[in-house]
Write a protein that binds this ligand. Structure first.
Ligand code: 6PG
Length: 246
């Protein structure tokens, strides 16, 4: 139960390129705010294909110059259990498309090449240290990017999985019905503690999941419906195909 108003906005863009531009503007805005208020910007990235256009855009000089990269810390929302150079590595994709093109970024990846339980524990410990957390606290990312699957998964939180109930661990290892099947993922309380969550969806196959996510009073049985920021805001950026299903 939430006891405060939820701050949700929705942008519908003509296509995937406009979606990436809108997301970039939101990231820059959230970065400016974080830098002004706290001096650093902590962002957590998701994987999948949707953010690739966004990563390329942010790497473009026109955008790259608008962000103080030496004061930015990059983390991950989830990772596939593969090595950093594997084509399915979420870290690897972000590195190739964005991070390697920008000097002075600090980035902290989930170690997909390790034993999943060890990697989850390792990232949990890293977050507790970086955010100087007490036992029952959650990290507060300034900005966190999410995608959504046609089945309603988000991050590597899949429908009916145990991970959805996790409240103690910040990061868990998961075996999921997707490829690659072994994943590491932030847990719901961590995701929902972010200041700004940007959820992106492109393409008509995402339409049913987006409709469910935005039907705020419907039973919350899909992971994407459980994205409800505790005190932050949730911004949906979807293209027309995802918005209309046509
Ligand atoms: C991952 C994700 C995942 C992704 C969705 C959407 O590592 O796969 O973080 O939650 O965001 O599956 O993926 P697409 O953008 O490829 O549709």
């Amino acid at each position: 139960m939430t006891h405060h108003p939820m701050h949700i906005s929705l942008y519908v863009t003509p296509g995937a390129d406009a979606l990436a531009r809108q997301a970039a503007e939101l990231i820059i805005e959230s970065c400016e705010q974080a830098i002004t208020q706290r001096g650093t910007f902590c962002i957590a990235l998701s994987g999948g294909s949707t953010p690739v256009t966004l990563f390329r855009l942010l790497a473009h000089p026109e955008y790259a110059h608008r962000m103080p990269w030496s004061n930015i810390r990059v983390y991950w929302v989830d990772e596939r259990c593969v090595g950093p150079d594997h084509e399915q590595s979420n870290y690897g994709i972000a590195r190739n498309e964005l991070l390697h093109r920008i000097a002075a970024t600090k980035f902290y990846r989930m170690k997909g090449e390790q034993q999943p339980e060890d990697a989850a524990q390792g990232y949990d410990a890293l977050l507790r240290k970086h955010f100087a957390l007490h036992d029952t606290e959650y990290p507060r990312f300034d900005c966190l990017l999410l995608g959504v699957g046609a089945d309603g998964h988000t991050a590597s939180l899949f429908p009916d999985s145990d991970a959805l109930k996790e409240t103690k661990q910040l990061v868990v290892a998961q075996h999921v019905p997707a490829h690659p099947a072994n994943r590491l993922t932030l847990t719901l309380p961590v995701i929902n503690n972010a200041r700004t969550i940007i959820a992106m969806a492109s393409g008509r196959d995402k339409h049913p999941a987006v409709v469910r996510a935005l039907s705020l009073l419907a039973p919350h049985n899909l992971p994407i419906q459980q994205i409800m920021p505790h005190t932050g805001r949730l911004v949906w950026v979807v293209d027309e195909a995802a918005a209309r299903g046509a």
